[in-house]
Design a protein around this ligand. Structure first.
Ligand SMILES: [Zn+2]
Length: 317
């Protein structure tokens, strides 16, 4: 969270009376009789700071927010982009607004609407995990914000310590990892060939190559270490070259009615003789590499981020 965004959230904290957690910039506390939390909206790993999401852990004996009702609520209020209830968590997401004053005014207005709606429908604060109607506190749990009762908070932290220990004890199997990555990258090769034979050089095949290779390593290697990621990257580079050349070989073997092995071997010769046009060969290869890169970078960043967040738990201050 940069300084400007932080100031916007601080301003919102002042006008709502909520506390701001200095570490994360997230707001939490009591508003209109409800314990709630305001955090930036996160979608597919991206954080949208100017799109605030209000969440309340609450349940009602007489009411359950349906999808249709959530849609109707949104339709009535032009600043709301999403309203839903899922596993005792009600989430109200607002539309993007970059002007700090407007951001605060709209959020306060929607907070009022939300809390009166909750009251009207008989909602009471509860623990997000066990559903007990009791005093809760806001926690950061492995990349998510939760409102937990003291018992659940303690359980969650104990479990996190345990799973971290298990993770540390778990040994990476290098051989298994390499076999898994190899099998995964073969799936990637297959997708390059199939999609290309259908007439596409698709970004999808690059993404599949990256995900299949990394997941293959993790599945058979038990654990994906940084060393594993490097091995996967090398494999991806080699197998993408192999896949692309095999794709040309299929073309050559069909065109000249020769076996696929011979066709594969003769690709460099055909290139130097100009039978395969060099610019289209290398251009095609570069494009496939670009797509692998587009698939691999977000996947690897996601893995690293999840690893960093896993088992990270603290109470918001
Ligand atoms: Zn609980």
């Amino acid at each position: 969270m940069n300084q400007k965004i932080r100031e916007t959230y601080r301003q919102l904290a002042q006008s709502t009376g909520l506390s701001m957690d200095e570490q994360t910039g997230v707001l939490h506390g009591q508003y209109g009789g409800y314990q709630l939390l305001i955090a930036p909206y996160v979608f597919r790993g991206n954080t949208y700071y100017y799109t605030p999401s209000i969440s309340v852990a609450a349940c009602s004996a007489s009411h359950m927010l349906s999808k249709a009702e959530g849609k109707a609520y949104k339709k009535e209020r032009r600043n709301v982009s999403l309203f839903q209830e899922e596993n005792r968590l009600l989430t109200l997401t607002l539309k993007n607004c970059k002007n700090a004053d407007k951001f605060c005014a709209i959020t306060v207005e929607e907070l009022r609407n939300l809390t009166s709606w909750l009251r009207m429908n008989g909602y009471e604060n509860c623990c997000q995990m066990c559903g007990k109607l009791t005093q809760t506190a806001a926690y950061y749990v492995s990349g998510f914000y939760s409102q937990l009762c003291p018992d659940c908070a303690q359980n969650v932290s104990q479990n996190a310590v345990l799973s971290r220990q298990q993770e540390n004890v778990k040994k990476e199997s290098l051989i298994g990892g390499i076999v898994g990555a190899l099998l995964g990258s073969l799936l990637g090769v297959l997708s390059i060939i199939i999609l290309s034979q259908l007439g596409y050089i698709a970004a999808l095949s690059g993404v599949l190559m990256a995900i299949c290779t990394l997941k293959g390593y993790e599945l058979l290697g038990q654990k994906l270490s940084t060393r594993g990621i490097v091995i996967c990257c090398v494999l991806m580079l080699l197998m993408t070259y192999f896949g692309d050349r095999l794709d040309w070989a299929i073309l050559v073997s069909r065109e000249f009615a020769v076996g696929i092995g011979l066709a594969y071997q003769s690709v460099p010769l055909l290139l130097s003789e100009g039978v395969i046009i060099a610019s289209s060969y290398w251009g095609n290869l570069a494009l496939v590499y670009l797509f692998v890169l587009l698939g691999a970078v977000p996947t690897i960043l996601n893995i690293l981020k999840n690893r960093e967040n896993a088992g990270k738990i603290f109470q918001l201050q």
